[in-house]
Write a protein that binds this ligand. Structure first.
Ligand SMILES: *Cc1c(COP(=O)(O)O)cnc(C)c1O
Length: 886
């Protein structure tokens, strides 16, 4: 029979061992090998089987604890681990020393709330599905290591993302594990013994209640909202039943709980613990977008005269919200029917929101406008309510600037204010123990250790890790066969599949179409020849889940599984079901080559190749995501992309051909080119180069430092400055936006006068490069723009001259931008004259223009409000942008 509910009975530990509970509840053990060793010492077999301290503590026989309580060596060891944890939690770290001139005093005093729909910290806390969640988990871990004052906010799911197995005929089967919070490393957030309840108004006068679980990730608290409480009816209870499992209605309720409920949970947590209120709010993807409107609601509903109006509150919230977009696939953007959002905002139909009392439904709906009147776009809301935003690799930043350019009309894509912070992965989690034992755990000194390591040693470690993976492959292939209904007798062959010395290639990722799981099978005979070469064998480990609703993805998996079943091939190629953190760690560590062949530029970043690189794996990848910026010719290979070829089939053919050729002509020969002692010298040098040079760049610590300096610190400072003097700057910005709304239509550049020196306007080539000496043929050009300003004063706009080479159709490329200074002259029509002198930097055909932009001290980017005026009659003289919208 199946249990109706589960719970865990814990025998109290002997007092001598009480610290075990503390150590088990802080998830820092996930990336701290000595703590893992301590648990292993309690019961090695149980530890091997579970890898879960709390299950271990629940399952070990009491006699064993009595024995350990009387064992002074164990007690000393436990005390040492406990001391180490205390030190880790309190000692100053990278961010810790605020007295130094980090310029981060505001951030240090308040901190960050980081919201994400999923967090992948460890397989023992299954509240993630894949890349996005694991990235968020790595973000928390690195923030902890760096001493960043950050609070994580997410949802607790009643069942984890599904476990994958295969049916007899290779079709994906899903099984949802039950998450019992009492057996997980979670503590209820409570106030004087009473569990805290977050409440949110729902349509029909109902109230959604949620409790809050706190997971402790090193120094970082992670608040997880859970709607499975008796106060809710069945429908509301089921909001957090599973991750990405339901329909859109289910999803929007989850996102309301995350965004609105998450802010309320942060407030409760802060009130109870006395921690400072975070001022920076980071939306990790659009799912968390409702946090912005909840923050606005808070400020508009402050008591009495402290209440801010909507526009002032919006200015404050924008200043301190950070938004990260994660997908260049338009279908991956989170969108809801506008009517659905309206339904949840407003139960009464009177235009005022019940969900967010005090806010107008229409105003909130406008924040998610994407031009289609039926659609509410969470990413657009994220950009509108986040003054700072980014994509997750340089290439993805550029793609996002194109993709979202409509939000900043009148600006070229490269001026769109979306930056890039390239993802990273948490080394202490993902680097194999063998490497850490040799190179140490200090990230800063690891590159030196790898530099100094003899080639034979590097090769020995690589071979050990490969052999470990081969053992795993055999074990998992056998278990998978059992799941599929084969008998042990039929599965005898799994005992000696794979070769610990053969070139091992890994490919593990979601079966999303753009990732092209089956590209390698484009020419099955050629793949077969590569795998079965008797002299230079290659073996391939494949893993990945398809979304439960994605039959296309499942049939790709089936295609791969069928290929692997060929008796001639099953020694060399395997599909391992249930790709998860624990399997991932083995594959990343053991593979020599990490293969990735997405359709460029659909991979926002990709992180699995980074984890492989941290273990000395060489990437073999399309130049997409992170690899586009970090491939250097020595750390792996770039598969040439046939981007631009419109026929997808032909493109796949070309890229598959390129992949096969690279393998046959370059990768395989290099791996098997051995010196006298059997070491592939060139290969090992590439491994060394990867470990020393690429390693530091793919660390999550680098990523979190980048977020801190580029986004968190400026956002915290801006929050402080916009709130100063009782919000005077915020009010001023709100007023300014009203003035812009009224006056922008009247703002105009009626014309530009030019006056040159050295015949700049003649046919002489400008700039002094003709003679090659420093003899000045330097040309300067004085431009005077006639600018109608409407109600605006000259100090409230920025007028720029732009000068650069022009293309045949008159486009200026890479312009030099010079600010034009207002004069006190006007032209006969009363327009203000702005002037500047510009000097072309190069020779060639040039062109110039001028433009007017808003100017306010609380704007962080010229393009921010999406308002710009070019001279009358030019194509870019766009109408009012979104800045005049709300
Ligand atoms: C790193 C990781 C991912 C994400 O990898 P991508 O390169 O983004 O596909 C997914 N699942 C697991 C288990 C991971 O460890």
């Amino acid at each position: 029979m199946k249990a109706f509910r589960r719970f865990t009975v814990r025998v109290p530990l002997p007092t001598e061992l009480a610290d075990l509970t503390t150590v088990a509840h802080n998830l820092r053990w996930v990336w701290h090998a000595p703590t893992q060793d301590l648990f292993a010492a309690i019961d090695p077999e149980l530890w091997d089987a579970t890898g879960d301290p709390l299950r271990l503590l629940a399952d070990v026989e009491p006699e064993r604890f009595t024995e350990l309580a009387g064992d002074p060596t164990f007690r000393d060891r436990l005390a040492g681990i406990r001391d180490d944890l205390d030190r880790y939690l309190t000692e100053p770290r990278w961010f810790g020393d605020t007295s130094s001139d980090t310029g981060a005093a505001e951030l240090a005093a308040h901190g960050i709330a980081y919201f994400s729909m999923e967090f992948g910290i460890s397989e023992v806390l299954p509240i993630y599905s894949g890349g996005l969640g694991i990235l968020a988990g790595d973000h928390l871990k690195a923030a902890s290591d760096l001493g960043l004052p950050l609070i994580g906010v997410g949802l607790f799911y009643g069942s984890g993302y599904f476990h994958q197995s295969l049916s007899h005929d290779g079709w994906q089967v899903e099984r949802y594990p039950v998450n019992d919070p009492t057996s997980l490393p979670l503590a209820p957030l409570s106030d004087g013994g009473d569990p805290v309840m977050i409440t949110i108004a729902m349509p029909g006068g109902r109230v959604l209640s949620a409790r809050v679980w706190v997971a402790t990730v090193g120094r970082i608290p992670l608040l997880l909202l859970d709607s499975d409480v008796p106060a809710n009816d069945e429908e509301l209870r089921s909001i957090t039943d599973r991750l990405y499992g339901g329909d859109q209605d289910h999803r929007i309720k989850q996102e309301i709980l995350l965004g609105v409920g998450g802010v309320r949970a942060v407030r409760e947590y802060v009130r109870i613990t006395g921690r400072p209120e975070p001022t920076v709010f980071h939306m990790n993807e659009g799912h968390a977008g409702f946090l912005g409107v909840e923050r606005i609601r808070e400020m508009t509903s402050r008591p009495g005269t402290d209440a801010l109006d909507f526009d002032t509150a919006e200015a404050v919230v924008r200043a301190s919200n950070v938004f990260t977009t994660h997908t260049p696939v338009p279908a991956g953007i989170d969108r809801f029917p506008r009517d659905m959002v309206r339904y949840y905002l407003d139960a009464d139909g009177d235009g005022n929101s019940r969900l967010l009392p005090g806010l107008s439904v229409a105003t909130v709906l406008d924040l998610g406008d994407e031009g289609d009147p039926g659609v509410f776009n969470m990413a657009h809301m994220g950009f509108r309510l986040g003054q700072r935003s980014n994509g997750v690799s340089e290439l993805h930043g550029a793609v996002s600037r194109e993709m979202f350019a409509d939000l900043w009309p009148g600006f070229d894509a490269d001026e769109v204010p979306i930056g890039a912070v390239t993802n990273g992965v948490h080394g202490p989690t993902w680097v194999a123990r063998t490497w850490l034992d040799l190179a140490g755990t200090d990230e800063d000194s690891q590159p030196d250790a790898f530099s100094a390591m003899p080639a034979t040693e590097i090769w020995r470690v690589r071979s050990t890790l490969r052999a470990g993976l081969v053992d795993e492959v055999r074990r998992r292939a056998h278990d998978s066969g059992r799941d599929r209904g084969f008998t042990d007798a039929e599965l005898g062959w799994t005992a000696d599949i794979f070769d610990p010395d053969a070139l091992t290639i890994g490919f593990a990722r979601r079966a999303a179409t753009y990732k092209r799981l089956t590209l390698m099978l484009r020419d099955p005979d050629r793949m077969r020849r590569i795998l079965t070469d008797p002299e230079r064998p290659v073996q391939l480990v494949i893993a990945g889940k398809a979304h439960p609703a994605d039959d296309g993805g499942k049939s790709l998996i089936q295609q791969v599984v069928r290929f692997t079943e060929d008796p001639e091939l099953r020694d060399r190629i395997v599909f391992l079901p249930d790709y998860d953190i624990s399997m991932a760690r083995d594959i990343y560590a053991g593979c020599d080559v990490w293969l990735n062949n997405p359709v460029r530029p659909m991979e926002a970043c990709g992180t699995s190749g980074m984890k492989s690189a941290l273990n000395g794996g060489l990437n073999l990848s399309i130049l997409d995501g992170w690899w586009d910026e970090m491939a250097d010719g020595e750390n792996g290979w770039a598969i040439p992309s046939a981007e631009g070829i419109p026929d997808d089939h032909r493109r796949d053919d070309l890229e598959a051909e390129a992949l096969y050729s690279l393998l046959e002509e370059t990768v395989i020969p290099l791996f098997y080119a051995r010196s006298g002692d059997g070491v592939p010298e060139r290969w090992v040098e590439m491994v060394r180069h990867t470990l020393t040079r690429l390693g530091p760049r793919v660390q999550a610590s680098r990523m979190v430092r980048d977020y801190t300096t580029a986004l968190y610190v400026p956002a915290a400072d801006q929050f402080a400055s916009i709130c100063a003097d009782d919000f005077a700057p915020a009010r001023d910005l709100a007023d300014y936006r009203h003035v812009l709304e009224r006056s922008w239509p009247a703002v105009q550049i009626a014309g530009i006068d030019e006056a040159g020196s050295n015949n700049a306007l003649g046919s002489h080539p400008p700039a002094g490069e003709s003679s090659g000496s420093d003899s000045p043929q330097r040309v300067s050009l004085t431009l005077t723009a006639h600018v109608a300003l409407g109600e605006l004063t000259p100090d409230r706009v920025c007028v720029q001259a732009l000068l650069g080479r022009v293309t045949a159709d008159g486009e200026i490329t890479d312009p030099v931008v010079a600010e034009m200074t207002p004069t006190d002259e006007t032209d006969p029509s009363g327009r203000t004259l702005f002037r500047s002198t510009v000097v072309p930097a190069r020779s060639g055909r040039h062109g110039y223009t001028a433009r007017v932009l808003p100017r306010h001290s609380q704007l962080s980017d010229d393009a921010e409000l999406g308002l710009v005026r070019y001279p009358v009659g030019t194509a870019e003289d766009a109408g009012p942008g979104r800045g005049s919208g709300s």
